[in-house]
Design a protein around this ligand. Structure first.
Ligand code: SIN
Length: 278
């Protein structure tokens, strides 16, 4: 197995068949994910059972409560956009599940059908974004916590509420809010990571949404700078495995009239601690 840095975030893992990973490979992949924050694998041949087995070897699976599942596989979410659909899933910077008390570790997204052009996914490193801030701002952020929610996205009146088409539902499950440190200590790498995101963070704890907005907007601008990002062009058989605690992602919606079908398995995470915690 060879690991080659992709760019400012992420790495390509070469010479591996994900149907055949053993214990030594898994250890190497765990270290690589902590180091590079998102891993890319080309030319894989995963049936849903193979995908499931890979995820189960890594950890326990977090069953998505908002996306439609692949038929016969409740643990595999279908990330699908049909040619007639306009909106896509994940079309803006976000990290998954920050509204959960124990946010998901990350997701393994496998490309089954991709458009001839477009449909890339952008990734951003929130550890490198944090490291780029001034020492004064870093110190101030260490004291803050932020409130996250899914209500305004997946709830009854949320942004996805009009986009039924069998893809997203279960608005009544969008009731859980969570509070996390704004700077977390990454559970595997120990790196400080900026843990706010434009999709699910509402405000800083103890601050109003209006008071929070300017600083949040500044932080979002920093994370989205090219020097913290990488753009993945998918091919059928590409798998991306991202860590939600150290990255954001954005599924670019620039392929109207084409079909894009991905299978996603999300893994359970753990409660997040601030930098001062052991
Ligand atoms: C997602 O946000 O999980 C979807 C990412 C993608 O389809 O590229």
């Amino acid at each position: 197995m060879r690991i080659e840095r992709a760019g400012n975030v992420g790495a390509f893992v070469q010479d591996v068949d994900l149907r055949l990973v053993g214990a030594a490979d898994l250890n190497a992949l765990r270290s690589a994910l902590a180091e590079h924050e998102v891993l890319f694998f080309r030319n894989q041949h995963l049936e849903p059972d193979d995908h499931l087995q890979l995820a189960q070897e890594w950890g326990s699976i977090n069953i998505n409560r908002f996306f439609r599942a692949v038929e016969g596989y409740p643990a595999i979410a279908e990330v699908l956009k049909e040619p007639h659909q306009q909106g896509n899933i994940g079309g803006g910077w976000h990290t998954d599940h920050s509204y959960d008390v124990e946010p998901a570790l990350g997701s393994m997204l496998y490309a089954r059908e991709v458009p001839e052009h477009g449909g890339d996914t952008l990734f951003a490193s929130v550890s490198s974004a944090y490291a780029s801030l001034s020492e004064g701002l870093q110190r101030m952020l260490l004291r803050l916590r932020a409130v996250h929610s899914s209500r305004h996205v997946f709830g009854e009146a949320g942004g996805y509420s009009g986009q039924t088409e069998g893809r997203i539902g279960n608005a009544e499950a969008a009731v859980q809010d969570a509070v996390h440190p704004v700077v977390i200590k990454h559970p595997a790498s120990g790196r400080p990571c900026l843990y706010v995101n434009p999709a699910f963070t509402l405000r800083f704890e103890g601050w109003s949404a209006d008071e929070s907005a300017p600083l949040l907007r500044y932080l979002y601008d920093v994370v989205g700078r090219p020097e913290h990002t990488y753009r993945l062009q998918w091919q059928p058989g590409t798998l991306a495995f991202w860590d939600n605690r150290s990255t954001w992602h954005w599924a670019v919606n620039d392929y109207q009239g084409s079909r894009r079908l991905m299978h996603r398995i999300t893994l359970d995470g753990e409660p997040l601690s601030g930098l001062g915690s052991s």
